[in-house]
Ligand binder design. Structure first.
Ligand code: SF4
Length: 200
C-alpha cells in the first residue's frame, strides 16, 4: 500500500508519522525509541503479533493486560493509564487522517486521548479506509465482530464475525468510541504505519 497521502494528511493533522514495510522493522524501531520508561498497553492483537511486550519489558517497566504477571487486570490498567508511554493499535484509520478506536472497558479510548508523555498508535495496512465514514464502519463492522469472536463473547456478531448487530448483550465489547481528528494538545503522538496486515 502507498501511504503517501495518509502520511501527508496525518502530518497536516499534527501527528508525527513513521512508515515501515514490515512489523519486524517497526518493532525494532519502537524498541530503540522507548528505553527506561514506564509503558502502558491495552489488549491489542497488533501489539501481540509484533512481540512488543517481551522486547520492551527487558529495558522498560511495561503494564499490559495481556502479559504483565503477578497483578490483577485492574492494577495493570491503572498503572498503564499513568505510564509515560502508551502503545495502542487502532480499529480504523482514514486516508483523510482520522484515527478511530472502540472499546469495552474504556481504558484504551481514554488512554489514547490524555495522560501520557507520548502515545504511539500502530496500524497495519488492513486498518486503512478511504474516509472517516468507512473507517468508522470498519471499526464497528470488522474490528468489533472479529474481536468479539476472538474473545468468545456471547454476542450475535461473534457467531460468524460478519457484522455488527448493535447488540444489547451484557457481553457487548463496543461501549466507547475515540476519534482523533487532530493531535490532542496534552501529549506527543506518533502514528506507526506498517505495510502488513496486523490485528483486526
Ligand atoms: S455492538 Fe455488539 S454486535 Fe456490534 S460489534 Fe459490538 S459486540 Fe458485536
Amino acid at each position: 500500500m502507498d501511504f503517501t497521502e495518509l502520511k501527508k494528511n496525518l502530518e497536516r493533522n499534527g501527528f508525527q508519522v513513521s512508515v515501515f514495510e514490515d512489523a519486524c522493522s517497526a518493532a525494532a524501531y519502537l524498541n530503540s525509541a522507548i528505553d527506561g520508561m514506564t509503558v502502558g498497553m491495552g489488549g491489542s492483537v497488533t501489539i501481540q503479533q509484533m512481540g512488543l511486550y517481551k522486547m520492551l519489558a527487558s529495558h522498560n517497566s511495561v503494564f499490559s493486560n495481556a502479559d504483565t504477571p503477578g497483578k490483577t487486570r485492574e492494577e495493570i490498567s491503572r498503572e498503564a493509564q499513568t505510564a509515560e508511554i502508551y502503545l495502542s493499535s487502532v480499529n480504523g484509520i482514514s486516508v483523510s487522517g482520522e484515527l478511530i478506536n472502540i472499546d469495552g472497558t474504556g481504558n484504551r479510548v481514554s488512554a489514547v486521548q490524555y495522560g501520557h508523555k507520548k502515545v504511539y498508535l500502530i496500524a497495519g495496512c488492513n486498518k486503512v479506509e478511504k474516509d472517516f465514514e468507512t473507517a468508522l464502519y470498519r471499526a464497528r463492522n470488522v474490528a468489533g465482530p472479529l474481536n468479539a469472536k476472538r474473545l468468545n463473547r456471547k454476542t450475535p456478531c461473534a457467531v460468524k464475525g460478519d457484522r455488527c448487530y448493535d447488540c444489547d448483550s451484557p457481553d457487548r465489547i463496543c461501549r466507547g468510541l475515540s476519534v482523533l481528528w487532530k493531535k490532542p494538545g496534552g501529549c506527543e503522538y506518533e502514528v506507526v504505519l506498517i505495510n502488513e496486515d496486523l490485528g483486526y
